[in-house]
Write a new protein. Sequence first.
Length: 285
Amino acid sequence: MLGQLNMYGMDRVELAIERLKAYEPPEGYWLAFSGGKDSVVVKALCDMAGVKYEAHYQNTSVDPPELVQFIKTFDDVQMDSPKDKDGNRLTMWNLIPKAKMPPTRIARYCCEKLKESSGVGRVTITGVRWAESPNRRKNQGGLTIMGKNAHKDLDAAGMDYVQTDRGGVVLNLDNADTRNAMELCYRTRKTLINPIIEWEDDDVWEFIHKYNIPYCKLYDQGYKRLGCIGCPMSTHQAQELGKYPKYKQAYLHAFERMLEELRKADGKEPIWETAEDVMKWWLRE
């Protein structure tokens, strides 16, 4: 729980604030703001810590309208549109035809293109927590430096670290030298500060209620996590598309363009005949 002391003699709120203060770069943080419960907590912690930051929301084109409207209530959150290397707007609707396949649990190209490309060259704050998935427990820490060979700079500095399954490194708040290690890497590699990495769901909601932090109303309608409508990682994919029929129709249009691209590329008929066939396969119906 929030008030429980850890090995540093701090409770979870104090540790989160200490992390934010310890790693603050001169130009300030880039806060990756999604509008979810973890994001609103991290943004409030940044304000409590008094650190400099810019909050940015990546408009994925498939977030629930209620979530987008909630994000617009924050005057200090900048709404960005993901773009390709040529400056063209990226949406789910043009990514699917380009990828020539729908996003799946294994091929989640949409996350990379629509969410994870922001904050390049900046120290980025996220609301990532171990409780959300075993994969995050293996590959994320209080300070995470992403990318293959990220350990080389730390080896040169004589730093202790844990290497992740994906080739990055994790440094926790264990000594003052971690600040120096972070400064070695963050200009050239993606560096993530995860101030609430060890928080449980109960900690998040306890903090929200204790400090009267505003949150999206979808949580009061039974949602446990908020994300893209129709995300293949969701256990309620079909129900979400039923609730938002315009988005389902947009997916069908994207699938139709995807089939056209497959026919052009291969010169033969795809395994699906129609967009509706793709939808049934995608929803595992």
